[in-house]
Structures are given as structure tokens and as C-alpha cells.
Design a protein around this ligand. Sequence first.
Ligand SMILES: Nc1ncnc2c1ncn2[C@@H]1O[C@H](COP(=O)(O)OP(=O)(O)O)[C@@H](O)[C@H]1O
Ligand SMILES: [Mg+2]
Length: 242
Amino acid sequence: MLTLDKLTKHFKSVKAVQEVSFTVEKGELFGLLGANGAGKTTTLRMLATMLTPTGGTATIEGIDLIKQPDKVRNHVGLLFGGDTGLYERLTARENIVYFAKLCGKSEEEARGRAEALGQAFAFTEYLDFQAKKLSKGTRQKVAIARSIVHDPSVMLFDEPLVGLDVTSRKDVEDFMLMLKEKGKTIVLSDHNLNVTERLCDRIGILHKGELVAIGTLEELCKKHECANLEEVFFKLAGRDTE
Ligand SMILES: Nc1ncnc2c1ncn2[C@@H]1O[C@H](COP(=O)(O)OP(=O)(O)O)[C@@H](O)[C@H]1O
Ligand SMILES: [Mg+2]
């Protein structure tokens, strides 16, 4: 379970994230929807302990992000779309092992995880290829494997479908739904209305760092008297008017 409590990040005068509060339950896929610059990535980076909040906090499995970031880190995985952030010169296996060790696994455990994940995502034959030599789809699979190498209970996805072909998109979508089945707590940040509408149990709309709406698709449409998510989005966050 994940709870944000007035989570805030200001970069000097830029209020990137402003007192955002919501809870995501175990087994729930929560969609964070917002235009470019709305504050989605900043929110996820704070939850993954890569950025320190300037205000508020969040708890992950009851552990406070501000007080115990090292402990929180063991329970969170973050997957970025687009640039997968793999080390190009390292092999797929080395990338996974390196990350597993960062998360406190022994060499032996780390190697075991790399092998198991290679099998689970069908890239065993590419485990010893350098990351830069892999196809886009395989890179994405390795990035996925790396993000869950420590078996986190909370998974964060930041626009994970960007730049993927249809088959790889389906793989990533199926992967998110599989994690949901397994009872993980999932946040999917995207600016794509269709993806959010199709996959998410509940949706939060971020606009200029603020959470301007939250609920199921049905609740959002009813509350804002709209026929679909697109209408809700444009009503609350679509136009860049002050
Ligand atoms: N490291 C940073 N320094 C200064 N401003 C930043 C930094 N990171 C993000 N921002 C600003 O914070 C706002 C939110 O950005 P971001 O979280 O990346 O939005 P999104 O992921 O929704 O597109 C934007 O105005 C962006 O320019
Ligand atoms: Mg972003």
C-alpha cells in the first residue's frame, strides 16, 4: 500500500508537485494522468527515493519516505519508458546483477534472479549481449526485469509505453496486469487518455503540480458531468489557462 501525504517538490520558484495526497491499495492499478510538465515524473521520482521532497511525505507499506528512505527503496520499483537507463556497455545479465546487488542481494542471489527473470521474460539467449546490441523490445524486457529484481511490492511506471512497437506495448501492459493479479500496488503515470482509461482502476489528474481530481472513471464522469475521460481531462487540465 502507498499513501502520499501532501507530497511537495519545489524547484526554486517552480511548484512541480504541490501538496499531493492519495492512497493506492494493494492489487490496485492507479493512473496518474497529466500533460507534459504536470509533475508526474517528479512525483514518481520522490516515491522511488531518487528525489527528496521539499514538503509532506509518503509511506510505502507503512514506512515513511522521509524517515527511512533506505528501507522504502527495498519495496519500490520504478520503470521509465523511452530511455531505459541500462548501462550500454554492460551485458543484460550484468545490468540485472548490478541492480540486484545495489538492492542488497548477494552475488549468488543476484545471479539467480538474472537467470530466473531471463526465463520469465524470454530473453535468456540475450543475457550475455551488451545492452547496446539488444533490440528495443528486448531492452525493454531487460529494463522491466531490472525494475523488479528485488521483488518490490509497489511498482511505479513512468510513461512505460513510449516509443514501443505494438508487440512490446502489449508485453508491458500484460506485465502490469500480471503484477496487479499478484497483488502489487501499482502507479501508472501517463499522458495518454486511452491507456489510462483502459488499464486503471482509479485515476488522479495532475495539473501544474496539483491533484485536481481523483476517482474511478465512472465517479470522475459523474462528478464533472462529462461523457468520458477526455472531457473530464480537458475540463480540468486541458487548457493552459491561468
Ligand atoms: N530538476 C529539475 N529542476 C528544475 N525544474 C524541474 C526539474 N525537474 C522537473 N522540473 C519542472 O517541474 C515541472 C514538472 O516536471 P515533471 O515532473 O517532469 O512533469 P511530467 O513528468 O508530468 O511531464 C516542470 O515544470 C519541469 O520543468
Ligand atoms: Mg514525465
